[in-house]
Design a binder for this molecule. Structure first.
Ligand code: GTQ
Length: 354
Protein backbone atom coordinates (compact mmCIF):
# COMPACT_ATOMS: atom_id res chain seq x y z
CA UNK A 1 0.00 0.00 0.00
CA UNK A 2 1.38 3.41 -0.87
CA UNK A 3 2.24 5.47 2.19
CA UNK A 4 0.16 8.33 0.84
CA UNK A 5 -2.97 6.19 1.06
CA UNK A 6 -2.51 5.33 4.74
CA UNK A 7 -0.78 8.48 6.06
CA UNK A 8 -2.79 10.39 8.66
CA UNK A 9 -5.20 12.64 6.94
CA UNK A 10 -8.16 13.94 9.00
CA UNK A 11 -10.60 14.02 6.09
CA UNK A 12 -9.75 10.45 5.11
CA UNK A 13 -9.87 9.23 8.74
CA UNK A 14 -13.34 10.74 9.10
CA UNK A 15 -14.39 9.04 5.87
CA UNK A 16 -13.05 5.65 7.04
CA UNK A 17 -15.05 5.97 10.28
CA UNK A 18 -18.17 6.84 8.32
CA UNK A 19 -17.95 3.92 5.89
CA UNK A 20 -17.34 1.55 8.82
CA UNK A 21 -20.80 2.45 10.16
CA UNK A 22 -22.27 1.28 6.83
CA UNK A 23 -20.64 -2.18 6.95
CA UNK A 24 -18.02 -1.19 4.39
CA UNK A 25 -14.26 -0.77 4.31
CA UNK A 26 -11.95 0.94 1.81
CA UNK A 27 -9.96 -1.79 0.05
CA UNK A 28 -6.93 0.49 -0.12
CA UNK A 29 -6.46 0.40 3.67
CA UNK A 30 -6.37 -3.43 3.79
CA UNK A 31 -3.91 -6.07 2.58
CA UNK A 32 -6.35 -8.69 1.35
CA UNK A 33 -4.35 -9.84 -1.66
CA UNK A 34 -0.72 -10.66 -1.01
CA UNK A 35 2.16 -11.17 -3.43
CA UNK A 36 3.06 -14.62 -2.08
CA UNK A 37 1.91 -17.25 0.44
CA UNK A 38 4.76 -16.48 2.89
CA UNK A 39 3.02 -13.18 3.68
CA UNK A 40 -0.33 -14.85 4.20
CA UNK A 41 0.09 -18.42 5.47
CA UNK A 42 0.21 -18.57 9.28
CA UNK A 43 0.97 -22.27 9.77
CA UNK A 44 4.56 -23.28 10.41
CA UNK A 45 6.42 -26.56 9.81
CA UNK A 46 5.93 -28.48 13.06
CA UNK A 47 6.13 -32.01 14.50
CA UNK A 48 4.09 -33.79 17.18
CA UNK A 49 6.02 -36.65 18.81
CA UNK A 50 3.93 -39.83 19.07
CA UNK A 51 5.90 -41.72 21.76
CA UNK A 52 6.82 -38.76 23.98
CA UNK A 53 3.70 -36.60 23.70
CA UNK A 54 0.66 -37.88 21.77
CA UNK A 55 0.44 -41.43 23.12
CA UNK A 56 1.00 -40.64 26.83
CA UNK A 57 -1.48 -37.76 26.75
CA UNK A 58 -4.14 -39.87 25.03
CA UNK A 59 -3.61 -42.67 27.55
CA UNK A 60 -4.08 -40.05 30.27
CA UNK A 61 -7.29 -38.87 28.55
CA UNK A 62 -8.37 -42.54 28.57
CA UNK A 63 -8.45 -42.43 32.36
CA UNK A 64 -10.54 -39.22 32.35
CA UNK A 65 -13.24 -39.79 29.73
CA UNK A 66 -14.78 -42.70 27.80
CA UNK A 67 -15.01 -42.71 24.00
CA UNK A 68 -18.81 -42.60 24.30
CA UNK A 69 -18.81 -39.58 26.62
CA UNK A 70 -16.30 -37.78 24.44
CA UNK A 71 -18.07 -38.94 21.25
CA UNK A 72 -14.57 -39.07 19.77
CA UNK A 73 -11.57 -39.23 22.14
CA UNK A 74 -9.27 -37.13 20.00
CA UNK A 75 -6.44 -34.69 20.63
CA UNK A 76 -6.58 -32.17 17.79
CA UNK A 77 -3.24 -30.96 16.44
CA UNK A 78 -3.10 -27.18 16.66
CA UNK A 79 -0.42 -25.59 14.53
CA UNK A 80 1.45 -23.10 16.75
CA UNK A 81 1.13 -20.44 14.02
CA UNK A 82 -2.63 -20.14 14.59
CA UNK A 83 -4.60 -18.70 17.46
CA UNK A 84 -6.06 -21.56 19.48
CA UNK A 85 -9.78 -22.31 19.37
CA UNK A 86 -10.49 -23.54 15.84
CA UNK A 87 -8.07 -26.47 15.71
CA UNK A 88 -6.29 -27.05 12.44
CA UNK A 89 -2.86 -28.32 11.51
CA UNK A 90 -2.61 -26.25 8.32
CA UNK A 91 -4.61 -23.52 6.56
CA UNK A 92 -7.01 -26.01 4.93
CA UNK A 93 -6.59 -29.24 6.91
CA UNK A 94 -7.46 -30.74 10.26
CA UNK A 95 -5.49 -33.51 11.95
CA UNK A 96 -6.15 -35.35 15.19
CA UNK A 97 -4.98 -38.44 17.03
CA UNK A 98 -7.78 -40.70 18.21
CA UNK A 99 -7.65 -43.48 20.80
CA UNK A 100 -10.23 -46.19 21.47
CA UNK A 101 -9.97 -48.65 24.36
CA UNK A 102 -10.99 -52.34 24.26
CA UNK A 103 -14.78 -52.75 24.29
CA UNK A 104 -15.44 -49.05 23.70
CA UNK A 105 -17.81 -47.55 21.18
CA UNK A 106 -17.33 -44.25 19.36
CA UNK A 107 -21.02 -43.77 18.45
CA UNK A 108 -22.37 -43.53 14.89
CA UNK A 109 -22.64 -40.12 13.29
CA UNK A 110 -22.21 -38.42 9.93
CA UNK A 111 -21.08 -35.00 8.79
CA UNK A 112 -20.24 -33.00 5.69
CA UNK A 113 -16.47 -32.93 6.32
CA UNK A 114 -14.71 -35.90 4.71
CA UNK A 115 -12.41 -37.92 6.97
CA UNK A 116 -9.50 -40.27 6.52
CA UNK A 117 -7.97 -42.59 9.10
CA UNK A 118 -4.36 -43.66 9.10
CA UNK A 119 -3.71 -46.47 11.57
CA UNK A 120 -0.86 -45.90 14.02
CA UNK A 121 -0.83 -48.66 16.67
CA UNK A 122 -2.90 -51.55 18.05
CA UNK A 123 -4.85 -54.66 17.09
CA UNK A 124 -8.52 -55.56 16.90
CA UNK A 125 -10.31 -52.23 16.29
CA UNK A 126 -12.60 -51.50 13.36
CA UNK A 127 -14.36 -48.63 11.65
CA UNK A 128 -17.78 -49.15 10.11
CA UNK A 129 -18.58 -46.91 7.12
CA UNK A 130 -21.94 -47.05 5.34
CA UNK A 131 -22.81 -50.40 6.89
CA UNK A 132 -19.45 -52.05 6.20
CA UNK A 133 -16.77 -52.81 8.80
CA UNK A 134 -13.07 -52.41 8.08
CA UNK A 135 -10.71 -54.14 10.52
CA UNK A 136 -7.78 -51.80 10.95
CA UNK A 137 -4.10 -52.72 10.93
CA UNK A 138 -1.19 -50.31 11.39
CA UNK A 139 -0.44 -48.53 8.10
CA UNK A 140 -3.95 -49.00 6.68
CA UNK A 141 -5.64 -46.00 5.06
CA UNK A 142 -9.42 -45.72 5.46
CA UNK A 143 -11.84 -43.15 4.09
CA UNK A 144 -15.07 -41.90 5.62
CA UNK A 145 -16.76 -39.91 2.83
CA UNK A 146 -18.93 -36.86 3.45
CA UNK A 147 -22.30 -37.74 5.05
CA UNK A 148 -21.62 -41.48 5.42
CA UNK A 149 -22.61 -42.99 8.78
CA UNK A 150 -19.57 -44.19 10.70
CA UNK A 151 -18.81 -45.64 14.11
CA UNK A 152 -15.66 -47.10 15.61
CA UNK A 153 -15.37 -50.21 17.84
CA UNK A 154 -12.65 -52.30 19.44
CA UNK A 155 -12.68 -56.10 20.01
CA UNK A 156 -8.98 -56.31 20.99
CA UNK A 157 -7.27 -55.97 24.36
CA UNK A 158 -4.92 -52.97 24.13
CA UNK A 159 -5.37 -49.23 23.43
CA UNK A 160 -5.72 -48.50 19.71
CA UNK A 161 -4.50 -45.29 18.01
CA UNK A 162 -5.11 -43.75 14.62
CA UNK A 163 -4.67 -40.37 12.95
CA UNK A 164 -7.76 -38.55 11.68
CA UNK A 165 -7.34 -36.25 8.67
CA UNK A 166 -10.33 -34.06 7.78
CA UNK A 167 -11.11 -31.15 5.44
CA UNK A 168 -12.89 -29.25 8.27
CA UNK A 169 -11.24 -25.84 7.50
CA UNK A 170 -12.27 -26.10 3.82
CA UNK A 171 -15.86 -26.97 4.76
CA UNK A 172 -15.82 -24.16 7.34
CA UNK A 173 -14.71 -21.65 4.67
CA UNK A 174 -17.83 -22.45 2.65
CA UNK A 175 -19.99 -22.57 5.79
CA UNK A 176 -21.42 -25.93 4.67
CA UNK A 177 -21.09 -27.65 8.06
CA UNK A 178 -23.71 -30.31 8.88
CA UNK A 179 -23.55 -33.01 11.56
CA UNK A 180 -26.06 -35.66 12.65
CA UNK A 181 -25.85 -38.27 15.40
CA UNK A 182 -27.38 -41.67 14.59
CA UNK A 183 -30.25 -42.56 16.97
CA UNK A 184 -28.34 -45.67 18.21
CA UNK A 185 -24.67 -46.14 19.14
CA UNK A 186 -24.15 -48.40 16.13
CA UNK A 187 -25.43 -47.91 12.60
CA UNK A 188 -26.70 -51.20 11.08
CA UNK A 189 -24.22 -53.51 9.35
CA UNK A 190 -25.55 -54.10 5.86
CA UNK A 191 -22.52 -55.44 4.00
CA UNK A 192 -19.79 -57.94 4.98
CA UNK A 193 -16.31 -56.69 5.93
CA UNK A 194 -14.11 -56.29 2.86
CA UNK A 195 -17.09 -55.97 0.46
CA UNK A 196 -16.00 -52.68 -1.16
CA UNK A 197 -12.44 -53.90 -1.69
CA UNK A 198 -13.71 -57.13 -3.29
CA UNK A 199 -15.98 -55.17 -5.64
CA UNK A 200 -13.56 -52.45 -6.72
CA UNK A 201 -10.09 -53.30 -5.37
CA UNK A 202 -8.89 -55.95 -7.84
CA UNK A 203 -8.67 -53.73 -10.96
CA UNK A 204 -12.22 -54.93 -11.65
CA UNK A 205 -15.73 -53.65 -11.03
CA UNK A 206 -19.14 -55.27 -10.70
CA UNK A 207 -20.92 -55.69 -14.01
CA UNK A 208 -24.01 -53.49 -14.30
CA UNK A 209 -23.16 -51.53 -11.16
CA UNK A 210 -22.56 -47.82 -11.69
CA UNK A 211 -20.67 -45.53 -9.35
CA UNK A 212 -21.36 -41.80 -9.54
CA UNK A 213 -20.36 -40.51 -6.10
CA UNK A 214 -17.44 -38.07 -5.82
CA UNK A 215 -15.37 -40.41 -3.65
CA UNK A 216 -13.86 -43.86 -4.11
CA UNK A 217 -16.21 -46.85 -3.61
CA UNK A 218 -13.35 -48.45 -1.62
CA UNK A 219 -13.29 -47.55 2.10
CA UNK A 220 -10.26 -49.58 3.12
CA UNK A 221 -6.79 -49.51 1.54
CA UNK A 222 -4.65 -52.09 3.41
CA UNK A 223 -1.00 -51.21 4.04
CA UNK A 224 0.19 -54.61 2.84
CA UNK A 225 -1.01 -53.90 -0.73
CA UNK A 226 0.26 -50.31 -0.87
CA UNK A 227 3.63 -51.27 0.62
CA UNK A 228 4.04 -54.11 -1.86
CA UNK A 229 3.42 -51.72 -4.77
CA UNK A 230 6.00 -49.15 -3.65
CA UNK A 231 8.44 -51.98 -2.82
CA UNK A 232 8.25 -53.32 -6.38
CA UNK A 233 8.91 -49.89 -7.85
CA UNK A 234 11.73 -49.34 -5.37
CA UNK A 235 13.35 -52.59 -6.43
CA UNK A 236 13.20 -51.38 -10.04
CA UNK A 237 15.30 -48.42 -8.92
CA UNK A 238 13.19 -45.65 -10.44
CA UNK A 239 13.72 -42.88 -7.96
CA UNK A 240 12.18 -39.46 -8.32
CA UNK A 241 14.86 -37.13 -6.88
CA UNK A 242 12.13 -35.06 -5.19
CA UNK A 243 9.92 -37.81 -3.73
CA UNK A 244 11.67 -41.18 -3.85
CA UNK A 245 8.91 -43.59 -4.90
CA UNK A 246 5.54 -41.96 -4.20
CA UNK A 247 2.12 -43.40 -5.09
CA UNK A 248 -1.31 -41.83 -4.65
CA UNK A 249 -4.36 -43.68 -3.29
CA UNK A 250 -7.01 -43.43 -6.00
CA UNK A 251 -10.67 -43.88 -6.77
CA UNK A 252 -10.41 -46.79 -9.24
CA UNK A 253 -13.59 -45.79 -11.08
CA UNK A 254 -12.14 -42.46 -12.22
CA UNK A 255 -8.42 -42.64 -11.52
CA UNK A 256 -8.51 -39.48 -9.40
CA UNK A 257 -7.91 -39.07 -5.68
CA UNK A 258 -9.74 -41.42 -3.29
CA UNK A 259 -11.45 -38.41 -1.66
CA UNK A 260 -12.79 -35.33 -3.47
CA UNK A 261 -11.01 -32.77 -1.27
CA UNK A 262 -7.95 -34.59 0.12
CA UNK A 263 -5.14 -36.40 -1.71
CA UNK A 264 -3.34 -39.24 0.10
CA UNK A 265 0.00 -40.86 -0.66
CA UNK A 266 2.47 -43.54 0.39
CA UNK A 267 6.14 -43.00 -0.42
CA UNK A 268 9.39 -44.84 0.17
CA UNK A 269 12.81 -43.21 0.53
CA UNK A 270 15.79 -45.53 0.12
CA UNK A 271 18.52 -45.78 2.73
CA UNK A 272 20.41 -42.52 3.20
CA UNK A 273 18.30 -40.65 0.59
CA UNK A 274 18.24 -36.85 0.42
CA UNK A 275 15.49 -35.43 -1.73
CA UNK A 276 16.04 -32.30 -3.78
CA UNK A 277 14.38 -29.12 -2.53
CA UNK A 278 10.84 -28.52 -3.73
CA UNK A 279 7.91 -26.38 -2.85
CA UNK A 280 4.28 -26.74 -3.78
CA UNK A 281 1.16 -24.84 -2.78
CA UNK A 282 -0.09 -28.04 -1.14
CA UNK A 283 -0.58 -28.07 2.60
CA UNK A 284 0.88 -31.46 3.55
CA UNK A 285 0.67 -33.67 6.65
CA UNK A 286 3.19 -36.51 6.91
CA UNK A 287 3.37 -39.51 9.21
CA UNK A 288 6.31 -41.92 8.90
CA UNK A 289 5.44 -45.62 9.01
CA UNK A 290 8.92 -47.11 8.89
CA UNK A 291 12.37 -45.58 9.39
CA UNK A 292 13.78 -42.34 10.69
CA UNK A 293 15.02 -39.15 9.11
CA UNK A 294 14.68 -35.40 8.93
CA UNK A 295 12.54 -32.69 7.40
CA UNK A 296 14.44 -29.57 6.40
CA UNK A 297 11.87 -26.82 5.76
CA UNK A 298 11.85 -23.07 5.26
CA UNK A 299 14.40 -20.54 4.08
CA UNK A 300 17.06 -18.35 5.68
CA UNK A 301 16.65 -17.73 9.41
CA UNK A 302 13.25 -19.47 9.28
CA UNK A 303 14.75 -22.79 8.20
CA UNK A 304 14.14 -25.67 10.61
CA UNK A 305 15.45 -29.22 10.79
CA UNK A 306 12.95 -31.60 12.36
CA UNK A 307 13.81 -35.24 13.16
CA UNK A 308 11.06 -37.81 12.61
CA UNK A 309 10.41 -41.45 13.48
CA UNK A 310 7.47 -43.82 13.04
CA UNK A 311 4.03 -42.46 14.06
CA UNK A 312 5.17 -38.87 14.58
CA UNK A 313 3.00 -36.35 12.71
CA UNK A 314 4.59 -33.38 10.96
CA UNK A 315 3.39 -30.76 8.52
CA UNK A 316 4.69 -28.59 5.68
CA UNK A 317 2.62 -25.46 4.91
CA UNK A 318 1.78 -24.01 1.50
CA UNK A 319 4.81 -22.86 -0.55
CA UNK A 320 7.42 -23.60 2.13
CA UNK A 321 10.51 -25.11 0.42
CA UNK A 322 11.34 -28.50 1.92
CA UNK A 323 13.35 -31.65 1.51
CA UNK A 324 13.39 -35.01 3.27
CA UNK A 325 16.34 -37.10 4.43
CA UNK A 326 16.16 -40.77 5.44
CA UNK A 327 18.63 -42.69 7.62
CA UNK A 328 17.78 -46.30 6.73
CA UNK A 329 14.98 -47.04 4.26
CA UNK A 330 11.84 -45.15 5.23
CA UNK A 331 8.17 -45.14 4.28
CA UNK A 332 5.86 -42.20 4.89
CA UNK A 333 2.13 -41.70 4.53
CA UNK A 334 0.99 -38.18 3.68
CA UNK A 335 -2.19 -36.30 2.89
CA UNK A 336 -2.68 -32.88 1.36
CA UNK A 337 -5.21 -30.48 -0.19
CA UNK A 338 -3.64 -30.98 -3.65
CA UNK A 339 -6.79 -32.32 -5.35
CA UNK A 340 -8.94 -29.47 -3.99
CA UNK A 341 -6.40 -26.90 -5.18
CA UNK A 342 -6.16 -28.57 -8.60
CA UNK A 343 -9.94 -28.61 -9.03
CA UNK A 344 -9.96 -24.88 -8.26
CA UNK A 345 -7.01 -24.12 -10.56
CA UNK A 346 -4.78 -22.98 -7.68
CA UNK A 347 -2.09 -25.65 -7.43
CA UNK A 348 1.48 -24.90 -8.42
CA UNK A 349 4.92 -26.30 -7.67
CA UNK A 350 8.56 -25.36 -7.98
CA UNK A 351 11.13 -28.14 -8.24
CA UNK A 352 14.63 -27.18 -7.11
CA UNK A 353 15.80 -23.75 -6.02
CA UNK A 354 14.28 -20.76 -7.86
O1 GTQ B 1 -14.06 -39.86 13.97
O2 GTQ B 1 -15.76 -38.87 13.10
O3 GTQ B 1 -10.77 -36.20 14.78
O4 GTQ B 1 -16.01 -36.32 13.32
C1 GTQ B 1 -12.75 -35.04 14.27
C2 GTQ B 1 -14.08 -35.08 13.89
C3 GTQ B 1 -12.70 -37.44 14.24
C4 GTQ B 1 -14.66 -38.82 13.62
C5 GTQ B 1 -12.08 -36.22 14.43
C6 GTQ B 1 -14.71 -36.29 13.69
C7 GTQ B 1 -14.01 -37.49 13.85
Amino acid sequence: MADAATATNPAREAFYKKVATKDLSPLWTTTLVQPEPAKFVKARPHLWDFDAVLKPLLLEAGGLITAKEANRRVLSLENPGFDSGAPRILESLYSGLQMIMPGECAPAHRHTPSALRFIMEGKGAWTAVNGEKSFMEPGDFIITPSMTWHDHGHDGDEPFFWMDGLDIPMVATFGTMFFEAYPDDRAPQTRPAGDSLARYGANMRPVNESWTKPESPIFWYPYSRAREAVESLKNNGEWDPFNGVKLEYIDPTRGGSAMPTISAFLQVLPKGFRTEVQRTTENIVFTPVEGTGRLIAGEGDKQVTISWKPRDIFCVPCWVPYRLESDGEASLFSYSDRVAQQKLGLWREQRGNA
